[in-house]
Design a binder for this molecule. Structure first.
Ligand code: SF4
Ligand code: SF4
Length: 174
């Protein structure tokens, strides 16, 4: 077992404590232009690999519990077909189109925690939206998306541990 931070109460406290460090990390990545975007992405991927492998998302599910979930029309169609209901029914029952459109998205689940989450497991796993499949995506373009990514540090143990590890490594280098 690893010593990654996975306790969600502790995560909130530590993410707050490291908020300034992660802002410094963002600044450092901006400042060190001699390091390419590709190299930064490669560091992040290398750091993330054991962290992703070492954290059991089925014991966490905090993204499904706490974050808004956005869908494309294709996501909604796949979900409708997967659970054998009409697209109209999926939209009416589960999706807030109006709220999503204000954020330039096609759709967003109405409820958070997600209505499809049961006992920390996704009941529509095979048909889940693409945003669920890719979360917490950090590359490519980590340097240019870190400010968005670090907002997830208080919710997602993977994000927090990756940012903390990267921050420590870059601090050691410079
Ligand atoms: S659809 Fe599944 S993976 Fe996506 S938020 Fe809901 S429970 Fe989580
Ligand atoms: S992606 Fe992050 S927030 Fe979601 S279940 Fe895995 S560790 Fe938890």
């Amino acid at each position: 077992m690893t010593d990654y931070v996975t306790d969600l109460d502790q995560l909130k406290i530590l993410a707050e404590q490291h908020r300034d460090d992660f802002e410094v990390l963002s600044y450092m990545l901006d400042f060190h232009v001699e390091v390419s975007d590709e190299d930064i992405d490669s560091w992040v991927d290398q750091i993330a690999e054991p962290i992703v492998a070492g954290i059991d998302c089925t014991q966490c599910a905090n993204c499904c519990s706490s974050l808004g979930v956005y869908l494309t029309e294709d996501d909604a169609k796949r979900l409708a077909s997967g659970i054998d209901v009409s697209l109209d029914s999926i939209i009416t029952t589960y999706i807030d189109r109006e709220a999503a459109q204000k954020e330039d998205e096609w759709g967003k689940f109405k409820t958070s925690p997600c209505v499809f989450l049961k006992n920390k497991l996704c009941t529509v796993y095979e048909y889940r939206p693409n945003s669920c499949r890719t979360y917490p995506v950090m590359t490519p373009d980590f340097r240019w998306t870190i400010d968005e990514i670090r907002e997830g540090a208080e919710y997602c143990p993977i994000i927090f541990n990756v940012l903390l590890t990267l921050y420590k490594r870059i601090n050691d280098l410079y």
